[in-house]
Design a protein around this ligand. Sequence first.
Ligand code: MRU
Length: 345
Amino acid sequence: MKHVTMEFLDEGLNLIDQRKLPGEVTYFRARDYRDVKLAISDMVVRGAPAIGATAAYGVYLAALEYSSEPREDFIPSVKEACDELASARPTAVNLTWAIDRMKDLLDDNADKPVDDILDIVLARAEEIAAEDVKINREMARHGNEIVPAGAQVLTHCNTGALATVGYGTALGVIREAHNSGKGIHVYADETRPRLQGARLTAFELVEEEIPATLIADSVAGTLIRDNKVDLVLVGADRVAANGDTANKIGTYGLSELCAVHGVPFYVVAPTSTIDYNIDSGEEIEIEERPPEEVVEINGARIAPEGIAVYNPAFDVSPAENITGVVTERGIARSPLRESLAEFKE
Ligand code: MRU
């Protein structure tokens, strides 16, 4: 992608404002950890790996802010900020994964001078961001093996450079397959209600000149039934130990369609998205977002006042519908519980 998703510059985090894409390419500047929390909850930045890296920079901004406090208050104050950041969105485990890494770092270095801790915390945030791009490239390499030449690939939501620090997860595999000359074509679901597919995935696909067609979410069933889709690739916000996977609302329906029609359905996610602490998808908290996302499009009301709205942001696809989980360490295949366990650190 021509634009960077995030860049830490002059003690602030610049985030491409994904609420405004594709109409406007502007950057939101997060100057403190409260701005970072707002950027995550208001979806300036979104996508599981991207919010993890963003939060890591948020922890550094909190450390910077509290560095002038009395020494004994410094670590507790930064840790409180960590908890606030972690509460910005509940479903993507990458957020707590990144923050827990930062908290461990604070504990391990608690006795050092504050200036040293600041350097260590910033270096770890930069490392998490750089690691994400490396991991995405590894996943793309593994994932490319499952994409047949000339494949019609369907994807949901945005899992590209915008959803990560760079390159992407499911869209990273698509990028890799395209760049390796496989002559693939992509169907991108628009992804109501926030239209991550129409606004963000389409933006990345057009920019990279990857042959693609945008469809309303409800078209996927017809395409899959009519043998027009060879492979479905999606990302994940949290994968339970048994392989049940939470991803953008609408993913579960796709997984069922694939199971019924015998179409391979792959999840592409870094191992940081696997939550080994939960046994199944039943334990995954599903975020509910404001009704405005459903009754308005770009601020214009499309439904009558007074109508009730149910707006879960994610759903859970059961492990039995998932052909495999592509990670940076290789592809986990059914039975997923056993094969995912092999990727545990
Ligand atoms: O609500 P969003 O836009 O943050 O949801 C994003 C998704 O569901 C993605 O598929 C997931 O985070 C994986 S991104 C590489």
